[in-house]
Write a protein that binds this ligand. Structure first.
Ligand code: KIV
Ligand code: ZN
Length: 515
């Protein structure tokens, strides 16, 4: 008997971007969307077009380049949102509008100040308006996990009757428990008279660490679309992790009567790309994509795996794309080898200028570092796209003096809006001195919330990848920088964060209902 298809709806570019500091530029969203398309994600939620002009343009840009996946724009159940989402997805081969309104007593009373009947009316009207733009309409009763099932049934029946083709049940605040959430999905499918005319979907948040478990329980109870994000990125504790959902369903085909169409060998590539662009590092013990996910430390385990891999491994590392961690290029590799490996990694350059720039940087890196890995190449591309972006602040040079018994001192030259500026400062350590010197020029008044360094590969000649999180006027941004010299990587990350702060949009948040 052939199995049902489980639709993978990726919301890394929308709910993932709602993680504080994870905002992405339009170019970055397009890069991630291309990687998701290559991984054969069915639906890519590219953003919330009413939130800002930047979001609108990003959804439109994704809709213009993606051919094989459906591109979706989020809209509250309001005309202004739906019109904006409809415009943004117009260039798509296949476009979807995802509209939502809260249905839980607390949200209806406290946030919307609407009666249940008014909410139902607004939901139906929203679906009717969306039909002007596309036949592919998804409706979500926000905070469904805390809504009255009887009211949910009424709303769902009415929106399906109006033309909604996907009904997404969100556990917006991550409050649900697997057997209970799965039971809710079963109940809704059984009780809504026209439920056979729509696909039931789930969207789970991870506040209790149960997003994946709740999603899988729903799949066992009839859901045929799961909304998820790469690395589990997302609002607060995040969303269900795409890689965990996909690999659980694939690995336990004895339990699930459905499967996804995903090319799982692209998972690591997507994971690295998303963490590189957002600056949200993946914890080493993260399932599937953490550095230790396939590492065996104990002697007994190592011995077992050598004798028979299945003794301690339930999946093959290469099936999720881990085989990439090998030396790929070096000092003597030419432009052709470089271009070929980039193409194998599905990295496409927008222009010959960008290719030349990344190749020049690759040569510089190969002078400092003997073996170049795929991770190094990906970091080079991220760096170059940041710097070719014509940012207001650019790092020209940095010299740091750090000596036993002496106070570290940094001398920095920045280009600020086309003008070269220099400053010197001392600090508690070389990184602190470099940041103080940058601030002497920038005078940004930002607060440093986080500073972290990760090695991109192994060995002391590895590039350090630095993330800096800054806060100003209630807004949070993350900046990234990579270099074999971690003080320079730190300065690059700080400058990148300052540029993001300058460019930051005044966004409307989807769950806020005023603007
Ligand atoms: O968590 C949530 O309820 C959402 C909706 C917009 C689907 O993100
Ligand atoms: Zn959400």
């Amino acid at each position: 008997m052939s199995k049902d298809k489980l639709i993978i709806f990726d919301t890394t570019l929308r709910d993932g971007e709602q993680s504080p500091g994870a905002s992405m530029t339009s170019d970055e969203k397009v890069r991630i969307a291309k990687a998701l398309e290559r991984m054969r994600v069915d639906v890519i939620e590219a953003g919330f077009p009413i939130a800002s002009n930047g979001d609108f343009e990003a959804v439109k840009a994704v809709a213009s380049v993606i051919k094989d996946s459906t591109v979706c724009g989020l809209a509250r159940a309001k005309k202004i949102d739906i019109d904006r989402a409809g415009e943004a997805i117009k260039p798509a081969n296949s476009g979807r509008i995802h509209t939502f309104i809260a249905t839980s007593p607390i949200h209806m009373e406290q946030k919307l100040r609407l009666s249940p009947d008014q909410v139902l009316e607004q939901a139906v009207a929203a679906v009717r308006m969306a039909k002007k733009y596309t036949d592919d309409i998804e409706f979500s009763p926000e905070d469904a996990g805390r809504s009255e099932p009887d009211f949910l049934c009424r709303v769902i029946e009415a929106v399906i009757k109006e033309g909604a083709t996907t009904i997404n049940i969100p556990d917006t605040v991550g409050y649900n428990i697997p057997h209970q959430f799965g039971g809710l999905i079963k109940d809704l499918i059984e009780r809504v008279p026209n439920s056979d005319q729509a696909i039931f979907s789930v969207h789970c948040h991870n506040d209790l660490g149960l997003a994946v478990a709740n999603s899988l329980s729903s799949v066992l109870n009839g859901a045929r679309q799961v909304e998820c994000t790469v690395n589990g990125l997302g609002e607060r504790a995040g969303n269900a992790a795409l890689e965990e959902i996909v690999m659980a369903v694939r690995t336990r085909q004895d339990v699930f009567d459905c499967d996804t169409n995903l090319d799982s060998t692209q998972i690591m590539n997507c994971s690295r790309l998303v963490s590189g662009i957002t600056g949200f590092a993946v914890q080493p013990n993260k399932a599937i994509v953490g550095a230790n996910a396939f590492a065996h430390e104990s002697g007994i385990h190592q011995d077992g795996v050598l004798k028979s891999r299945e003794t301690y491994e339930i999946m093959r590392a290469q099936d999720v794309g881990w085989s990439a961690n090998k030396i790929v290029l070096g000092k003597h590799s030419g432009r052709n080898a470089f271009k070929t490996r980039m193409a194998e990694l599905d990295i496409v350059f927008d222009s010959e200028e960008e290719l030349n720039e990344v190749f020049a940087r690759f040569k510089d890196l190969a002078d400092k570092k003997h073996d170049i890995f795929d991770e190094d190449l990906q970091a080079l591309v991220t760096e170059t796209s940041i710097e070719l972006h014509n940012e207001p602040i650019n790092l020209i040079s940095l010299s740091v003096c750090s000596e036993t018994g002496e106070t570290p001192n940094a001398r920095i030259t920045l280009n600020v809006d086309g003008e070269e500026k220099q400053a010197q400062a001392s600090g508690g350590g070389p990184v602190d001195a470099a940041f103080q010197a940058i601030e002497k020029i920038a005078e940004s008044g930002v607060e440093l919330l986080l500073y972290s360094v990760n090695n991109i590969t192994t060995g002391t000649d590895s590039q350090g990848e630095v993330t800096v999180r800054l806060k100003h006027n209630g807004h949070i941004v993350n900046g990234q920088g990579a270099d074999t010299d971690i003080v320079i990587a730190s300065a690059k990350a700080y400058v990148n964060a300052l540029n993001k702060m300058i460019a930051r949009d005044q966004r409307t948040h989807p769950q806020q209902d005023k603007f």
